[in-house]
Design a binder for this molecule. Structure first.
Ligand SMILES: Nc1ncnc2c1ncn2[C@@H]1O[C@H](COP(=O)(O)OP(=O)(O)OP(=O)(O)O)[C@@H](O)[C@H]1O
Ligand SMILES: [Mg+2]
Length: 326
């Protein structure tokens, strides 16, 4: 398999002013994150609000400049490419946002919304050629072709998200970043859009970077999962291992709070104490130690590194699991 997206040691620190005297401080939004997404696979990034998920997506899209690190798309460096070069890369890299209400221009017809990237990337010679492609894209997202003539605000949330997905698919990207792409939708609609993503992935061999705080959703569509806490990936691995035998105490706590469908299966509910610490002043050593029920002395002084476990490709950053690595 080849990697569509590779991220190495990504950091994003935001400079902010704090307190009465407006002293400047750094928010460690993303702090040394590395991962790759293979062609045709879904990697989900999960974690509580503020852990840096969207910042990872935004730096890949060049909506914010990274503080450090390297990002590659199909082997091409993204984070240092000049803006003209970024245009070509953006064709391969598309995004679907959470809120289909604000991300679609209400004054444009569905045809024009979906046609925009086709026109921008010069993907049609004539109007009728573009219309044909728009019609095809509407078929792909299971919207009726007569939707073309209507305005996006005439559609429901789920249908608008389909319009947003059609637009993202238009330039035939290799990867789509979905930032909370189903979070704002009703439960039944959520399931339909999740199924649509799964179908599209099979049909088109797309890769997805699926950013979500909702583990129950992620379990339905992902191949691998990366769990973030305070700007860092603390565990990454296959869906099956992650959901059946999570290693990090934080992942265990996150998973214990999601409902399980199988009534025979048991999950002990672990409740996390306290609030997530400030990313301006993260704890020394392991960032999770202030809330970890199993923390010991070493956790305060030494930051655990992501280490490969014997289970295929599964990595965890936790002192409890050292010595189990290969
Ligand atoms: N432009 C900005 N300036 C300063 N701080 C920011 C900025 N954008 C994000 N942050 C901070 O960076 C951290 C990570 O934010 P981010 O939006 O990436 O988190 P998230 O995991 O996507 O959260 P959510 O689940 O709520 O969407 C947070 O502490 C946030 O307040
Ligand atoms: Mg976010």
């Amino acid at each position: 398999m080849s990697s569509v997206l590779e991220v190495f040691n990504l950091k994003k620190y935001y400079l902010v002013r704090t307190g009465l005297f407006g002293r400047s401080a750094q928010v460690h939004a993303v702090d040394d994150v590395s991962f790759r997404v293979e062609a045709g696979e879904t990697l989900s990034i999960v974690g509580e609000s503020g852990c840096g998920k969207s910042t990872v997506g935004r730096t890949i899209l060049r909506l914010v400049e990274p503080t450090a690190g390297e990002i590659y798309l199909d082997g091409w460096r993204v984070d240092t490419v000049p803006i003209q070069g970024m245009r070509r890369l953006r064709k391969k890299l598309q995004v679907v946002y959470q809120d289909p209400f604000s991300s679609l221009n209400p004054r444009l017809s569905v045809r024009d919304i979906v046609a925009e990237p086709l026109e921008n990337f010069g993907m049609g010679q004539s109007r009728s050629e573009i219309d044909d492609q728009v019609a095809d894209l509407l078929d792909k997202v299971r919207l009726p072709r007569d939707a073309m003539k209507r305005l996006s605000h005439e559609f429901s949330g789920g249908q608008r998200q389909r319009i947003g997905i059609a637009r993202a698919l238009a330039p035939k990207p290799d990867i789509i970043i979905c930032d909370e792409a189903v979070s704002a939708l009703d439960v039944s609609v959520k399931a339909q859009i999740v199924n649509l993503f799964t179908d599209l992935q099979q049909e088109l061999g797309l890769a997805l970077l699926f950013i979500s705080h909702d583990l129950a959703i992620v379990e339905h569509l992902t191949h691998r999962v990366a769990v973030m806490y305070l700007g860092q990936i603390i565990e990454i691995g296959d869906r099956r291992t992650m959901f059946s035998a999570p290693k990090h105490p934080y992942t265990q706590a996150l998973l214990s709070s999601i409902p399980i469908a199988d009534p025979k299966a048991k999950r002990n509910r672990l409740v996390l104490n306290g609030e997530v610490p400030s990313p301006i002043n993260p704890p020394s050593g392991c960032r999770f130690r202030t809330r970890c029920p199993q923390a010991f002395d070493r956790c305060a002084v030494e930051m655990p590194k992501l280490a490969q476990l014997r289970v295929d490709g599964h990595q965890v950053a936790c002192h409890l699991h050292e010595g189990q690595s290969d």
